[in-house]
Ligand binder design. Structure first.
Ligand code: UDP
Length: 312
Protein backbone atom coordinates (compact mmCIF):
# COMPACT_ATOMS: atom_id res chain seq x y z
CA UNK A 1 0.00 0.00 0.00
CA UNK A 2 1.42 3.35 -1.04
CA UNK A 3 0.41 6.78 0.18
CA UNK A 4 1.28 10.21 -1.23
CA UNK A 5 1.41 12.92 1.43
CA UNK A 6 1.50 16.50 0.16
CA UNK A 7 3.16 18.80 2.67
CA UNK A 8 5.04 15.79 3.98
CA UNK A 9 7.88 17.90 5.42
CA UNK A 10 5.52 20.12 7.39
CA UNK A 11 4.58 19.93 11.06
CA UNK A 12 1.54 17.68 10.64
CA UNK A 13 2.64 16.10 7.35
CA UNK A 14 5.84 14.75 8.88
CA UNK A 15 4.02 13.24 11.88
CA UNK A 16 1.54 11.69 9.48
CA UNK A 17 4.32 10.17 7.30
CA UNK A 18 5.85 8.69 10.43
CA UNK A 19 2.54 7.13 11.45
CA UNK A 20 1.88 5.72 7.97
CA UNK A 21 5.35 4.14 7.88
CA UNK A 22 4.70 2.60 11.31
CA UNK A 23 1.48 1.11 9.90
CA UNK A 24 3.46 -0.49 7.06
CA UNK A 25 2.68 1.95 4.23
CA UNK A 26 5.10 3.03 1.53
CA UNK A 27 5.16 6.82 1.69
CA UNK A 28 5.99 9.41 -0.95
CA UNK A 29 6.10 12.88 0.59
CA UNK A 30 5.81 15.92 -1.67
CA UNK A 31 6.83 19.34 -0.42
CA UNK A 32 8.05 22.62 -1.88
CA UNK A 33 9.54 23.58 1.51
CA UNK A 34 7.98 27.04 1.70
CA UNK A 35 6.90 26.33 5.28
CA UNK A 36 8.02 22.71 5.62
CA UNK A 37 11.63 21.96 6.59
CA UNK A 38 13.99 19.10 5.76
CA UNK A 39 14.86 18.58 9.42
CA UNK A 40 11.27 17.37 10.07
CA UNK A 41 11.87 14.29 7.97
CA UNK A 42 15.63 13.81 8.35
CA UNK A 43 15.08 10.82 10.64
CA UNK A 44 12.86 9.14 8.00
CA UNK A 45 15.34 9.43 5.13
CA UNK A 46 16.94 6.07 5.84
CA UNK A 47 13.59 4.27 6.07
CA UNK A 48 13.36 1.90 3.08
CA UNK A 49 9.68 2.77 2.49
CA UNK A 50 10.07 6.54 2.61
CA UNK A 51 10.79 8.95 -0.23
CA UNK A 52 10.49 12.69 -0.54
CA UNK A 53 10.30 14.71 -3.74
CA UNK A 54 10.51 18.47 -3.97
CA UNK A 55 7.32 19.53 -5.72
CA UNK A 56 4.88 22.41 -5.70
CA UNK A 57 1.52 20.65 -5.80
CA UNK A 58 -0.16 23.82 -7.10
CA UNK A 59 1.39 22.69 -10.38
CA UNK A 60 0.61 19.38 -12.05
CA UNK A 61 1.49 16.41 -9.81
CA UNK A 62 3.35 13.66 -11.59
CA UNK A 63 3.70 10.40 -9.65
CA UNK A 64 4.77 7.15 -11.32
CA UNK A 65 3.44 3.79 -10.15
CA UNK A 66 0.43 2.78 -8.09
CA UNK A 67 -0.98 4.90 -5.26
CA UNK A 68 -3.68 3.81 -2.83
CA UNK A 69 -4.13 6.98 -0.77
CA UNK A 70 -3.51 10.67 -1.49
CA UNK A 71 -3.40 12.83 1.64
CA UNK A 72 -3.40 16.56 0.96
CA UNK A 73 -1.67 18.34 3.85
CA UNK A 74 0.24 21.01 1.92
CA UNK A 75 -0.56 24.59 2.95
CA UNK A 76 0.83 27.39 5.06
CA UNK A 77 -1.26 27.12 8.24
CA UNK A 78 -0.04 29.82 10.60
CA UNK A 79 -1.78 33.20 10.20
CA UNK A 80 1.64 34.89 9.97
CA UNK A 81 2.72 32.50 7.20
CA UNK A 82 -0.43 32.81 5.15
CA UNK A 83 -0.45 36.59 5.45
CA UNK A 84 3.10 36.55 4.03
CA UNK A 85 2.12 34.05 1.34
CA UNK A 86 -1.47 34.98 0.43
CA UNK A 87 -1.44 33.85 -3.19
CA UNK A 88 0.47 30.56 -2.68
CA UNK A 89 -2.00 29.83 0.16
CA UNK A 90 -4.99 30.37 -2.13
CA UNK A 91 -3.30 28.37 -4.88
CA UNK A 92 -2.43 25.33 -2.77
CA UNK A 93 -5.95 25.20 -1.29
CA UNK A 94 -7.55 25.55 -4.71
CA UNK A 95 -5.20 24.34 -7.48
CA UNK A 96 -3.26 22.03 -5.15
CA UNK A 97 -6.47 20.35 -3.97
CA UNK A 98 -7.65 20.01 -7.57
CA UNK A 99 -4.33 18.44 -8.61
CA UNK A 100 -4.26 16.10 -5.60
CA UNK A 101 -7.84 15.01 -6.34
CA UNK A 102 -6.88 14.52 -9.99
CA UNK A 103 -4.01 12.28 -8.89
CA UNK A 104 -6.39 10.26 -6.67
CA UNK A 105 -8.87 9.90 -9.54
CA UNK A 106 -6.16 8.86 -12.03
CA UNK A 107 -4.72 6.28 -9.62
CA UNK A 108 -8.09 5.08 -8.34
CA UNK A 109 -6.84 6.04 -4.87
CA UNK A 110 -8.65 7.29 -1.79
CA UNK A 111 -8.30 10.98 -0.97
CA UNK A 112 -7.93 12.73 2.37
CA UNK A 113 -8.21 16.51 2.81
CA UNK A 114 -6.64 18.33 5.73
CA UNK A 115 -9.20 21.06 6.30
CA UNK A 116 -9.49 23.41 9.22
CA UNK A 117 -11.58 24.94 11.96
CA UNK A 118 -10.97 28.20 10.06
CA UNK A 119 -13.87 27.06 7.86
CA UNK A 120 -16.03 28.25 10.77
CA UNK A 121 -14.34 31.69 10.66
CA UNK A 122 -15.13 33.89 13.68
CA UNK A 123 -17.95 31.59 14.83
CA UNK A 124 -21.30 32.76 16.20
CA UNK A 125 -21.77 29.48 18.05
CA UNK A 126 -19.49 27.57 20.39
CA UNK A 127 -18.49 24.79 20.45
CA UNK A 128 -18.49 24.40 16.65
CA UNK A 129 -20.16 21.30 15.25
CA UNK A 130 -19.75 20.07 11.68
CA UNK A 131 -23.18 21.23 10.49
CA UNK A 132 -22.35 24.87 11.27
CA UNK A 133 -21.62 26.69 7.99
CA UNK A 134 -19.34 29.27 9.49
CA UNK A 135 -18.88 33.03 9.61
CA UNK A 136 -16.02 33.95 7.32
CA UNK A 137 -14.99 37.33 5.92
CA UNK A 138 -13.99 36.43 2.35
CA UNK A 139 -12.18 39.72 1.72
CA UNK A 140 -10.39 40.02 5.07
CA UNK A 141 -6.73 39.05 5.50
CA UNK A 142 -7.60 35.55 6.77
CA UNK A 143 -9.88 34.99 3.77
CA UNK A 144 -6.91 33.66 1.78
CA UNK A 145 -6.69 30.61 4.02
CA UNK A 146 -10.32 30.23 5.12
CA UNK A 147 -11.81 30.50 1.65
CA UNK A 148 -9.13 28.30 0.07
CA UNK A 149 -9.96 25.56 2.57
CA UNK A 150 -13.71 26.02 2.10
CA UNK A 151 -13.20 25.75 -1.66
CA UNK A 152 -11.01 22.66 -1.06
CA UNK A 153 -13.87 21.03 0.87
CA UNK A 154 -16.33 21.91 -1.91
CA UNK A 155 -13.97 20.50 -4.56
CA UNK A 156 -13.44 17.33 -2.53
CA UNK A 157 -17.19 16.76 -2.23
CA UNK A 158 -17.61 17.44 -5.97
CA UNK A 159 -15.00 14.77 -6.80
CA UNK A 160 -16.75 12.43 -4.42
CA UNK A 161 -20.24 13.05 -5.80
CA UNK A 162 -19.39 13.51 -9.47
CA UNK A 163 -16.41 11.18 -9.98
CA UNK A 164 -17.09 8.77 -7.12
CA UNK A 165 -13.66 9.35 -5.52
CA UNK A 166 -13.54 7.83 -2.02
CA UNK A 167 -12.82 10.97 0.03
CA UNK A 168 -12.41 12.08 3.66
CA UNK A 169 -12.29 15.58 5.17
CA UNK A 170 -10.87 16.38 8.59
CA UNK A 171 -11.36 19.81 10.16
CA UNK A 172 -8.25 20.30 12.25
CA UNK A 173 -8.40 22.58 15.30
CA UNK A 174 -5.33 24.22 16.89
CA UNK A 175 -2.65 21.58 17.24
CA UNK A 176 0.75 21.78 18.91
CA UNK A 177 3.79 19.65 19.48
CA UNK A 178 7.36 18.99 18.38
CA UNK A 179 8.28 20.18 14.85
CA UNK A 180 6.22 23.34 14.94
CA UNK A 181 8.56 26.05 13.72
CA UNK A 182 9.80 28.25 16.52
CA UNK A 183 9.31 31.26 14.22
CA UNK A 184 5.96 30.32 12.67
CA UNK A 185 4.21 33.18 14.46
CA UNK A 186 1.52 31.15 16.21
CA UNK A 187 0.71 31.70 19.85
CA UNK A 188 2.58 28.73 21.31
CA UNK A 189 5.88 29.05 19.40
CA UNK A 190 5.79 32.83 19.85
CA UNK A 191 5.31 32.62 23.61
CA UNK A 192 8.01 29.98 23.98
CA UNK A 193 10.48 31.83 21.78
CA UNK A 194 9.81 35.05 23.68
CA UNK A 195 10.19 33.30 27.05
CA UNK A 196 13.46 31.67 25.95
CA UNK A 197 14.81 34.98 24.62
CA UNK A 198 13.79 36.89 27.75
CA UNK A 199 11.38 39.11 25.81
CA UNK A 200 7.82 39.97 26.91
CA UNK A 201 5.12 37.57 25.75
CA UNK A 202 2.89 39.34 23.20
CA UNK A 203 -0.83 39.05 23.93
CA UNK A 204 -2.95 40.26 21.04
CA UNK A 205 -6.07 42.14 22.13
CA UNK A 206 -7.13 41.61 25.75
CA UNK A 207 -6.27 37.89 25.58
CA UNK A 208 -9.87 36.91 26.32
CA UNK A 209 -10.22 35.16 22.94
CA UNK A 210 -10.15 31.38 23.33
CA UNK A 211 -8.52 28.45 21.57
CA UNK A 212 -8.51 24.71 22.31
CA UNK A 213 -5.12 23.05 21.88
CA UNK A 214 -4.74 19.44 20.77
CA UNK A 215 -1.47 17.56 21.17
CA UNK A 216 -0.14 16.27 17.85
CA UNK A 217 -0.19 12.54 18.71
CA UNK A 218 -3.91 12.76 19.52
CA UNK A 219 -4.57 14.55 16.25
CA UNK A 220 -2.68 11.98 14.19
CA UNK A 221 -4.57 9.15 15.88
CA UNK A 222 -7.88 10.83 14.95
CA UNK A 223 -6.69 11.34 11.38
CA UNK A 224 -5.61 7.73 11.01
CA UNK A 225 -8.97 6.51 12.32
CA UNK A 226 -10.79 8.80 9.90
CA UNK A 227 -8.61 7.52 7.02
CA UNK A 228 -9.74 3.99 7.86
CA UNK A 229 -13.42 4.93 8.30
CA UNK A 230 -15.99 5.36 5.56
CA UNK A 231 -17.16 8.85 6.52
CA UNK A 232 -17.20 11.32 3.62
CA UNK A 233 -18.52 14.45 5.31
CA UNK A 234 -16.20 16.63 7.45
CA UNK A 235 -15.20 15.49 10.92
CA UNK A 236 -13.78 17.81 13.61
CA UNK A 237 -10.61 16.61 15.29
CA UNK A 238 -9.36 18.70 18.18
CA UNK A 239 -9.20 18.93 21.93
CA UNK A 240 -12.31 20.53 23.46
CA UNK A 241 -10.38 21.86 26.47
CA UNK A 242 -10.95 25.59 25.84
CA UNK A 243 -8.63 28.21 27.31
CA UNK A 244 -8.20 31.99 26.95
CA UNK A 245 -4.99 33.12 25.30
CA UNK A 246 -4.14 35.07 28.45
CA UNK A 247 -4.42 31.93 30.57
CA UNK A 248 -2.48 29.97 27.97
CA UNK A 249 0.40 32.47 28.12
CA UNK A 250 0.39 32.23 31.92
CA UNK A 251 0.53 28.43 31.71
CA UNK A 252 3.62 28.70 29.51
CA UNK A 253 5.26 31.33 31.75
CA UNK A 254 5.03 28.91 34.67
CA UNK A 255 7.50 26.63 32.87
CA UNK A 256 10.23 29.27 33.03
CA UNK A 257 12.16 30.68 35.94
CA UNK A 258 12.12 34.49 35.89
CA UNK A 259 9.66 34.41 33.01
CA UNK A 260 9.35 37.72 31.14
CA UNK A 261 6.15 39.78 31.64
CA UNK A 262 3.20 40.03 29.27
CA UNK A 263 2.75 42.89 26.83
CA UNK A 264 -0.53 43.72 25.08
CA UNK A 265 -0.58 44.38 21.34
CA UNK A 266 -3.47 45.06 18.89
CA UNK A 267 -5.71 42.15 17.95
CA UNK A 268 -5.25 41.18 14.27
CA UNK A 269 -8.29 41.75 12.03
CA UNK A 270 -10.97 39.02 12.11
CA UNK A 271 -9.16 37.06 14.83
CA UNK A 272 -11.77 34.49 15.99
CA UNK A 273 -13.09 35.27 19.49
CA UNK A 274 -13.86 31.69 20.41
CA UNK A 275 -12.75 28.36 19.06
CA UNK A 276 -13.65 25.00 20.51
CA UNK A 277 -14.45 21.77 18.69
CA UNK A 278 -17.61 19.80 19.23
CA UNK A 279 -16.17 16.28 18.91
CA UNK A 280 -19.42 14.34 19.36
CA UNK A 281 -19.16 13.03 15.79
CA UNK A 282 -15.54 11.86 16.12
CA UNK A 283 -16.39 10.15 19.39
CA UNK A 284 -19.37 8.41 17.83
CA UNK A 285 -17.99 7.27 14.49
CA UNK A 286 -14.25 6.98 15.20
CA UNK A 287 -14.39 6.11 18.90
CA UNK A 288 -11.78 8.82 19.24
CA UNK A 289 -11.09 11.40 21.87
CA UNK A 290 -7.90 13.18 22.92
CA UNK A 291 -5.80 11.61 25.67
CA UNK A 292 -2.94 14.08 26.22
CA UNK A 293 -3.76 16.92 28.62
CA UNK A 294 -2.34 20.42 28.22
CA UNK A 295 0.31 20.08 30.93
CA UNK A 296 1.70 16.82 29.56
CA UNK A 297 1.64 18.14 25.99
CA UNK A 298 3.35 21.38 27.03
CA UNK A 299 6.13 19.46 28.78
CA UNK A 300 6.81 17.42 25.63
CA UNK A 301 6.66 20.46 23.36
CA UNK A 302 8.79 22.72 25.55
CA UNK A 303 11.49 20.05 25.77
CA UNK A 304 11.61 20.05 21.95
CA UNK A 305 11.63 23.83 21.64
CA UNK A 306 14.37 24.21 24.25
CA UNK A 307 16.54 21.81 22.28
CA UNK A 308 15.91 23.63 18.99
CA UNK A 309 16.58 26.98 20.65
CA UNK A 310 19.89 25.81 22.14
CA UNK A 311 21.12 24.65 18.70
CA UNK A 312 20.39 27.98 16.97
N1 UDP B 1 -1.80 35.36 19.66
C1 UDP B 1 -1.29 36.19 20.65
N2 UDP B 1 0.05 36.43 20.65
C2 UDP B 1 0.91 35.90 19.76
C3 UDP B 1 0.40 35.06 18.75
C4 UDP B 1 -0.96 34.81 18.73
O1 UDP B 1 -2.03 36.69 21.50
O2 UDP B 1 2.12 36.19 19.85
C5 UDP B 1 -3.23 35.08 19.64
C6 UDP B 1 -3.92 35.31 18.30
O3 UDP B 1 -4.34 36.66 18.18
C7 UDP B 1 -5.08 34.34 18.40
C8 UDP B 1 -4.53 33.19 19.23
O4 UDP B 1 -3.40 33.70 19.91
O5 UDP B 1 -6.15 34.93 19.09
C9 UDP B 1 -4.10 31.98 18.41
O6 UDP B 1 -3.31 32.45 17.37
P1 UDP B 1 -2.49 31.49 16.40
O7 UDP B 1 -1.68 32.39 15.53
O8 UDP B 1 -1.78 30.49 17.21
O9 UDP B 1 -3.54 30.71 15.52
P2 UDP B 1 -5.10 30.86 15.13
O10 UDP B 1 -5.80 30.03 16.12
O11 UDP B 1 -5.52 32.32 15.21
O12 UDP B 1 -5.15 30.35 13.76
Amino acid sequence: MRAVVTGGAGFLGSHLCERLLAEGWDVLALDNLVTGVDSNIEHLMKHPKFRIARADVSNYIDVAGPVEYVLHFASPASPVDYLKLPIPTLKVGALGTHNALGLALAKNAKFFLASTSECYGDPEISPQHEEYWGHVNPVGPRGVYDEAKRYAEAMTMAYHRFHGVDTRIVRIFNTYGPRMRLNDGRALPNFVFQALSGKPLTIYGDGQQTRSFCYVSDLIEGIYRLMMSDEHLPVNIGNPQEITILEFAERIRKHFENAPPLVFEPLPQDDPKRRCPDITKAKRILKWEPKVGLEEGLNLTLAYFKQVFSKR
